[in-house]
Design a binder for this molecule. Sequence first.
Ligand code: BG6
Length: 521
Amino acid sequence: MDTLDTNAALVAPKNPLRAGIADDKTGDPCAVVIFGAAGDLTKRKLMPALYNLAVSRALPSGSAIIGVSRRESSHDDFRRDMKEAITRFSRRKIDQAVWSDFERGVSYVPGTFEDPTTYQKLRLELERLDKERGTRENRLFYLAVPPSDFAVIVQHLKDAGLVSDPRNVGGPWTRVVFEKPFGHDLKSALELNGAVGKVFDEKQVFRIDHYLGKETVQNLLVFRFANSLFEPLWSREHVDHVQITVAEEIGVEGRGKFYEQTGVTRDIVENHAMQLLCLTAMEPPISLAADAVRDEKVKVLKSLRPMERSQVADNVIRGQYGRGFVRADEVPAYREEPDVSPQSRVETYTAMRVFVDNWRWGGVPFYVRAGKRLARRVTEISVQFRKVPHTLFRAPDGGITPNVLSLRIQPDEGIALRFTTKEPGQQTVLRDVAMDFRYGSAFGSNTPEAYERLLLDAMRGEATLFTRRDEVEEQWAFIDHVFDAWASEGNPPPPIYAAGSWGPEQADDLLARDGRRWRKP
Ligand code: BG6
């Protein structure tokens, strides 16, 4: 009996927002090999995503999952740990029938990434799975490890003969997924791309930015290019400025060591926030093919006005959270977090004013901010339109509020358009109202997680939602200017903001200088 058939009720309804983004073709059965299998990402995101794909019957039947990490563990212990993780983190509860089938394909290979015997053991395990489960030598290597481990793993995969020839179209395939961050700066990203390029063809490489797997982020393309209403307004002629906010309530969550080397600019701005900017600013691509979409995003990145050292202070604001209250709970300062230096100068908040110097956006500022321990978790893009050219009405505060279109990426996913109306009554009193679309009420709330979509796309060889080599290099090239300037000033300590606030006052001044202010999300 096909155990999955008994779970028809668990199959997710087809999400209309996915239509047109990619074909729903089923991939080939393959072995998904996760390096860093003992880590948090595997437990919180990757295994729950793979399990949910199995529930939705999107995981090609016969597929297998191999965890690789230095921790000694047996197949059975690994399966038990993964079941626990899925029970805790999956958006759908464990169903025993689905799980029994799923766990038969899960196995574990212990070993360090530098040791060639790890790859010999892996090879034997892969060969076993090819025979027993029919994975047909198709391999998806997922590197859920720090970027410092990427090059060594990639080279060993090659030396162990685990990388197929990309020219062999229709034969067994090998693909590799890199978790973010892809490098630490432009120099290291170039080196990594060089090392990866010696082993893999770019078509085999999938650099993850999980924001691109979010339904609401994919919907940016649909919203912009499947509606005729907004695109004609989407330019300097009508848009006054754009605000992109990636705000989190959480702090560094036990990742002090990682944050001390990363900071929010590398962790969130360089990738998630810049991808949101690209999707907001890009020209319509000629198709949804991976390179057509990525070509347009790269053009946006190349149009970003580079900041001279002397301009960074005026355009980029840093901050670090101090003690404070988040949802009435007292929380420690960043410098009091485990594995963080009490003198740390690492930024947990960054706001910047960015210009896209091209025909469409010339002169329109994009204000981008990202931070930890802010007042509320919210990711949104808000497009503020120009003021009306002439005021006919005596509005209460002396002016009419400009229209704002806000695309709420999360939580409370939706799209709202603010406009001005007349309040009912004998006098002409103006009032702002909003037209509000909510995904939850329109489509139900059991939306697939970003990692489900991205893992599935990688298995299908569909690269539209992954970052291309030149794209990641352009992202770093822009961000490097900021780090250069901070380093040249001797990296002064960032201003402290209270946890639970909206960041340092200096970030408000950044907009106030332009006669604008941050939207209260
Ligand atoms: C990750 C960052 O890429 O994104 C984390 O490393 C951050 O620091 C996370 O918390 C946010 O993701 P999401 O999907 O919760 O918005």
